[in-house]
Ligand binder design. Structure first.
Ligand code: NAD
Ligand code: LMR
Length: 331
């Protein structure tokens, strides 16, 4: 039998966890030939209810599910992991910004970063979902000096999917016609969903939609503030769409990117597009498969886009300053 891919998920007993685990176990991410072993982390009081979810996983009889273990110790949950999906942490409530979660959630990522460093597998990849996800990823990475920079991701795929959906609805076309949807920057209101470099049916999105005011006045704020709108409507933060985006993020890294497209994720900036090195910033990416990725280079950035890219970088730099006391030796 092929060696199972070992996927650790933190906050596995929460809303997103419940929408994530069954699809991971079904083969939806790593394909029909790759068994998956799940290694779940929860805080101690949540372990009994997580046990109920594990019973349900058993009851699905997924042929590809090669094992499930649960723990309240990060070094146990991360042992030998090929992927670590960091979901555990508080979600925001109506009226809060994601950055308001920094002091509550940031400290979680010091210990979990160390445990990734000490216990995860040699090729581990880490996707941070818990908010504020770019800065939580920065904190975790700073405590994991053994783990190379290209292994760390923060989730902006939900923003990418939201942006593609808004463009498709406006153009009256299926969402699959939308390609090259970049989210630049932070998973926050300062993100820039780059409609100018996006394509609809192979043509530039602005030409297809032909309504410049709509992009600035409606599209950008709708995408950037969608998380808050979902919280207001649902009374809880997005969960199924967030889990879906996490799975999309991992799959887009795991398989080669189709020609004529790219995808978005927060990665450690190497200075591309003038973004300060070391910030975890969302860029357009392509993958060669097996999580070997690169930043798409040479996209045109006009003055308006430049201001937006820089504003999001400045926000990330100030979030980094706000958690200086939580940063470890690899900061
Ligand atoms: P939730 O409250 O339903 O679940 C979170 C789970 O994390 C809980 O079960 C909790 O017990 C667990 N947890 C808390 N501290 C932990 C720790 N130290 N170790 C392990 N587990 C821990 O919340 P949710 O709706 O699943 O959201 C989880 C996080 O994801 C939130 O921070 C939310 O803001 C974020 N989120 C991010 C995106 C994104 O696009 N990046 C989208 C949606 C939600
Ligand atoms: C989202 O974008 O839906 C999540 O980040 C949750 C939130 O707080 O907005």
């Amino acid at each position: 039998m092929t060696t199972p891919i070992r996927v650790a998920v933190t906050g596995a007993g929460g809303q997103i966890g419940y929408a994530l685990l069954f699809r991971l176990a079904s083969g939806a991410v790593f394909g029909p030939d790759r068994p998956v072993a799940l290694q779940l982390l929860e805080i101690t009081p949540a372990l009994p209810s997580l046990n109920g979810t594990i019973m349900e996983l058993d009851d699905c009889a997924f042929p590809l599910l090669a094992g499930v273990k649960a723990s309240d110790k990060p070094e146990v949950a991360f042992e030998g992991a090929d992927w670590v999906i960091l979901v555990g942490g508080l979600p925001r409530k109506d009226g809060m910004s994601r950055a308001d979660l920094i002091r509550a959630n940031g400290p979680i990522f010091t210990g979990q970063g160390k445990a990734i460093n000490d216990a995860a597998g040699p090729d581990v990849r880490i996707l941070t979902v818990a908010n504020p996800c770019n800065t939580n990823a920065l904190i975790a990475r700073s405590h994991a000096p053994k783990v190379p920079a290209d292994r760390w991701f923060a989730m902006t795929r939900l923003d990418q999917n939201r942006a593609a959906s808004q463009l498709a609805q406006k153009a009256g076309v299926p969402v699959a016609s939308v390609k090259k949807m970049t989210i630049w920057g932070n998973h926050s209101d300062t993100q820039y969903p780059d409609y100018k470099n996006a394509e609809i049916g192979g043509s530039p999105a602005p030409n297809v939609i032909g309504d410049d005011a709509w992009f600035a006045d409606t599209f950008i704020p709708t995408v950037a503030k969608r998380g808050g709108a979902v919280i207001k409507a649902r009374g809880a933060s997005s969960a199924a769409s967030a889990a879906n985006a996490a799975l999309d993020s991992v799959r887009s890294l795991f398989v080669p990117t189709p020609a004529g497209d790219w995808f978005s994720a927060g990665v450690v900036s190497d200075g591309s597009y003038g973004i300060p090195e070391g910030l975890i910033y969302s860029f357009p990416l392509v993958s060669k498969g097996e999580s070997r990725w690169s930043v798409v280079q040479g996209l045109p950035i006009d003055d308006d886009a430049r201001k937006r890219l820089d504003a999001s970088a400045a926000e990330l730099a100030s979030e980094r300053d706000a958690v200086k006391d939580l940063l470890g030796p690899a900061a």
